[in-house]
Design a protein. Sequence first.
Length: 446
Amino acid sequence: MSNTYFPRWRQVQGTADGAVVQPDERMAWPQTTAMGAQHVVAMFGSTILAPLIMGFDPNTAILMSGVGTLIFFLFVGGRVPSYLGSSFAFIGGVIAVTGYGGSGPNLNIGVALGAIIVCGFVYLLIGLATWWMNARSGGAADWIDAWMPPVVTGAVVAVIGLNLAPIAAKGAMGGSLFDASMALMTILCVGLVGVRTRGLIQRLLILVGLVLACVIYAVLANGLGWGKPIDFSLIADAAWVGLPTFIAPVFEAHAISIIVPVAIILVAENLGHIKAVSAMTGQNLDIYLGRAFVGDGVATMVAGAGGGTGVTTYAENIGVMTVTRIYSTLIFVVAAIIAILLGFSPKFGAVIQSIPAPVLGGMSVVVFGLITIAGARIWVVNQVDFSDNRNLIVAAVTLILGAGNFSIAIGSFKLDGIGTATFGAIILYAILRPRAGAGAQGKAQP
């Protein structure tokens, strides 16, 4: 790599021979643009689903995801390939502090935005501390691994899905037999796409399954009159170009105390992303860990200030990089610009807002379930040894605290189930952690 802040991006001829395109390399601009568009499609399903579940304006969320990706790119100096999309880790806290009912605009979103900004600021502080430690000793990831080993991060990620399970079930049941049937049909659509297809379509199972379910819903509701029809007039009346909805944040101590713990989850997500990309590219990207945290934290603060959801590095885009073996960071600049342009299209927002509630309910079941399984996958990949009572107790207690929504309130300060489980897992592991030389940090013993 060059010694300049940004890479020089040496141009390569493409990947016809199966060669890897490294982060500091680039293809010809037509290929780069096409790959950027593909990454937009990859993040699209989840990035629009999260704001819909929380009652955010999807246009604003898409816009802020593009802006956040550019911010991240600047802080890491174009060295770490990543797209920042809407984080599902915020869903439980946002719904708890706003009392959102699950459909239509969230009228109390300002309270959540203020808390998201503070969460981003805490994340920023963690990033600065990591950046400083990395500059001093180069061991920034070591202290994170010590406090948040795989048994802790896996449990915390799983808790997000389990804590949201009642919301998903309520949305899927709907108000009628037809609504419940369409929610189940949506789950089936996603499952069939995920199992019966291959290649890029399989990687986009959320988006393709969502479109397929909407088509079936339109045939049954608009064509046969079996349910509430989709109102296509809203799409026809929407302008092609216009401003998204910007909302001012409101800072309340109660909401802040519930949402701020999400910063710990974002750290775990970003850490996993960088380690995954390091393994795929064969480059040590741990040296950019602090800068990545800072970039993600600032991006979350900017998103909250403008009315968007908190953002995080996206696994969907890691999947695309795995398939294509193209890691050029310039691709994500193109993807960010495309997302920003979509954010300024009210017609795009009208299409998203027309998604039927039963379809969203079924999709919530799938997404929240996948989040839960992602936590379990962290345990499997890192070979967490559950014959070790320390790991067993930490995981068991964390899951029950989160799934049971165990809350703690001290005056205006309150932690909901996810926050309690997150801090509980970290503290409990620290208490039960063996002294130096007494064992490994949460992984199977040789």
